[in-house]
Design a protein around this ligand. Structure first.
Ligand code: NAP
Length: 239
């Protein structure tokens, strides 16, 4: 069976492993950031590769790589592109589409997490940008509700409360959360997908603004698909 490395850490990566596991020799790779990760079917390895050179060496014996990392895992994606080029292994990026505002949404788009602070003119902030980058808010005066999967190690803003939770979340629960904490604004990355979209629908119905952090660019010239099914199709065509 062709041997495929899935760079994971996302729900789509787990779904892809499930689609491939009977027809391919699948290894899923996780960074090891989350204490109790949800594991995909098939073989799993955990931890960094040691940069581009380490990944290029690891790829010996693999027939293809699917970069199904989170859209904001830009270092891993750039390492994957460079290592696959060095090792001569075909690469496809699986990245779900980003979110689009619809009528009734009040979104402010910013290029990076660091660009959020200057636009934060609201008092009570629901911060859902994940554990990385929290340091950017350490000096902020606002009150923050910070939702993360594991307890954060970053220096937190002086007025904040941490909510440990892992999606998917429901619209009803998100509305109740926003109301009970009297939230004025939501800050999120443009992660895309359904699991964490209900907070955006809840913001719309409550008339709340959203600060949306744009995705970093993908490596240039890499084949890209938007769903696990499309990634499976790409592998069928290219292996
Ligand atoms: P990153 O900044 O792009 O990568 C930093 C380093 O972590 C990489 O150079 C690599 O180390 C290692 N790494 C990252 N993903 C890996 C993987 N799937 N397998 C093995 N090593 C990996 O990554 P990140 O933003 O910290 O994200 C880490 C993981 O969390 C990713 O798997 C991503 O899918 C998931 N995730 C990220 C976010 C987010 O907002 N960034 C959100 C949800 C899930 P070496 O250089 O040593 O190889």
């Amino acid at each position: 069976m062709p041997r495929v490395l899935i760079l994971g850490g996302t729900g789509d990566a787990r779904r892809l492993a499930g689609l491939l596991v009977n027809s391919y020799d699948v290894v899923s790779s996780l960074a090891g950031r989350v204490r109790s990760p949800l594991l995909p079917p098939g073989d799993v390895r955990i931890g960094g590769f040691g940069g581009v050179a380490g990944l290029a060496a690891y790829l010996d014996g693999f027939d293809a790589v699917v970069d199904a990392t989170h859209p904001f895992a830009s270092q891993m994606s750039s390492h994957a592109a460079a290592a696959c080029s060095v090792a001569g292994v075909p690469l496809v990026v699986l990245q779900r589409p980003g979110w689009e505002a619809v009528p009734g949404d009040h979104w402010v788009r910013v290029p990076t997490v660091a660009d959020v602070v200057p636009v934060l003119s609201w008092r009570r902030v629901f911060l859902t940008t994940g554990a990385r980058g929290l340091d950017a808010f350490a000096e902020c005066d606002q009150w923050f509700l910070i939702r993360v999967v594991d307890p954060p190690s970053a220096v937190l803003p002086p007025h904040s409360s941490v909510l440990l939770a892992r999606g998917p979340f429901t619209y009803e629960d998100e509305v109740a959360l926003l109301r009970s904490h009297r939230i004025d604004v939501i800050v999120t990355k443009d992660s895309g997908g359904h699991a964490t979209y209900p907070k955006l629908a809840a913001a719309r119905s409550l008339g709340l603004p959203v600060v949306m952090v744009d995705r970093p660019p993908l490596p240039v010239g890499v084949a890209t698909v938007g769903s696990p099914g499309a990634a499976e199709g790409w592998l069928r065509q290219n292996l």
